[in-house]
Design a binder for this molecule. Structure first.
Ligand code: ADP
Length: 442
């Protein structure tokens, strides 16, 4: 109530009481006059209230308020002004919403708004095209009922949306989609979906090209190294000046064969998301054989190789792939640790899952190289690596094998002190005792 209203109210009361008193003076019935005066005032007030109620109830857009005098005129005008202001704000907001909806409707990427439980709230037309969402039937449905790919279910449940996910479209499996979830507001989710088919095809062409070239090169190389071997087997008949070049050709030929094998293995690993076979693998046994091979590789270099492995801990996955990954890590430790150094391999589990660490007291790696080590052909020091006979693909293979086993690689290293390569596997990847000793396992 504003200042004026106080004055007007006091004036009204004074006028009413004054009139009643004056009438009482003439008639001599003060009480009656006062009662009649108040009753009339009450009736007037009720009438105005009724007019206000009828106006508010049956109001049409832009309909002017009822005419009123004094206080009631003020009340009507104030409500009308507030209503107009509210309408203007609403129109502005509606215009903003319309523009946002128009722009998201024009987007070629799908935008889907989900509530905190993952139920669909709103989506743009591109989401109907890419994900096959139907308006309005699918509103309120859990997103995992509509995008049923197992990897999406896993990704959504995991709750870690730092990296996008690539899956085939539920509508057409030739279309490849990239999905990215962002959390906003009150734990609601915003799902962005992009058509990656073209990029995926290019990537596929690159993989196929490498796989085909490696495959095609293998046969001529086998013939060349075969002849070289035969020639060197009869080395005594050869002129001495040919012996060294032929030996070098054989070494380089073997290097090329290892390289092609690694390239083919990488191509195979990239072809599918998860290993086709997923049997319980006895990692302690696997590590014991790798340790034997590592000793052979170490030869007379006097390195101490120790192994500490939980024999009851089995991992679901592919034995050859895991063997390839773990042996790459252990052989690297042997290659990059000076004579007399220590290498410790440990296989254990805790609440987070299963872990394999390979720790060495070797040359170590500078921090700036660590994020790039798993890139193909990335080497810290290419001259040293070619001396050790490495292909530069070892850690890329490790990374892919781990991805296919839902694992991840952690690298920590101090130059000149040593490195630790740790593979972390989630709980779901650990084989239970029942699986581990299932009849198929034999
Ligand atoms: P390479 O065949 O050259 O060993 P990798 O992919 O296995 O290729 O390793 C990439 C690079 O990482 C190596 O060239 C080497 O510089 C570095 N590296 C790998 N393992 C170790 C280690 N245990 N200690 C020090 N450096 C390492």
């Amino acid at each position: 109530m504003n200042q004026n209203w106080h004055g007007i109210l006091i004036r009204h009361m004074v006028l009413l009481l004054g009139t009643c008193l004056l009438l009482g003076l003439f008639t001599g019935h003060y009480g009656l006059c006062l009662a009649i005066g108040l009753a009339l005032y009450l009736a007037y007030t009720l009438k105005q209230l009724l007019r206000l109620h009828l106006w508010l109830r049956d109001q049409k857009p832009d309909q002017a308020p009822p005419e009123g005098v004094g206080l009631w005129g003020d009340v009507f005008d104030s409500i009308y002004t507030l209503q107009r202001r509210d309408q203007r704000v609403r129109a502005r907001l509606q215009a903003v919403i319309d523009r946002i909806q128009e722009s998201t409707a024009a987007l070629r990427d799908a935008v889907v708004m989900l509530d905190s439980d993952g139920n669909l709230e709103w989506w743009n037309p591109a989401a109907q095209l890419l994900l096959g969402l139907k308006t309005p039937q699918d509103s309120g449905q859990p997103v995992t009922n509509l995008v049923r790919h197992p990897r999406f279910k896993e990704y959504f449940a995991h709750g870690n949306y730092a990296d996008p996910l690539e899956i085939p479209s539920p509508v057409n499996d030739k279309v490849r989609l990239q999905l990215l979830i962002t959390r906003y507001g009150n734990n609601e989710h915003l799902l962005l979906v992009r058509d990656m088919t073209r990029l995926h095809q290019l990537e596929q062409m690159r993989k196929d090209f490498i796989a085909n070239v490696s495959h095609e090169l293998r046969t001529p190389l086998t013939v060349i190294t075969g002849y070289l071997e035969t020639l060197l087997d009869n080395g005594d008949d050869l002129p001495t000046r040919w012996q060294r070049p032929l030996q070098q050709m054989q070494t380089q030929g073997e290097r090329m064969q290892t390289l092609l094998n690694d390239l083919l293995l990488l191509a195979k690993l990239e072809a599918t998301d998860y290993p086709s076979e997923s049997h319980p693998v006895a990692i302690d046994h696997l590590l014991r054989t790798i340790k034997g091979d590592a000793r052979a590789l170490s030869g007379t270099r006097n390195q101490t190789i120790t192994l500490e492995a939980d024999p009851t801990l089995h991992l679901k996955g592919s034995e050859p792939e895991l063997r390839s990954a773990f042996s790459n890590l252990v052989f690297n430790a042997v290659k990059y640790t000076p004579d007399g150094g220590q290498i410790h391999v440990r296989w254990w589990h805790d609440a987070q899952g299963a872990h394999l660490s390979v720790q060495d007291s070797g040359i170590g790696i500078e921090a700036k190289h660590i994020p790039r080590l798993t890139e193909r052909f990335y080497r810290v020091d290419s001259s040293r690596s070619s001396n050790t006979g490495g292909t530069g693909l070892g850690l890329a293979i490790v990374k892919h094998v781990l991805l296919r086993h839902r694992g991840r690689l952690e690298i920590s290293s101090v130059p000149n002190r040593g490195s630790t390569f740790t593979c972390h596997f989630p709980q779901q990847q650990i084989a239970t005792q029942l699986e581990a000793y299932s009849p198929e396992e034999g």
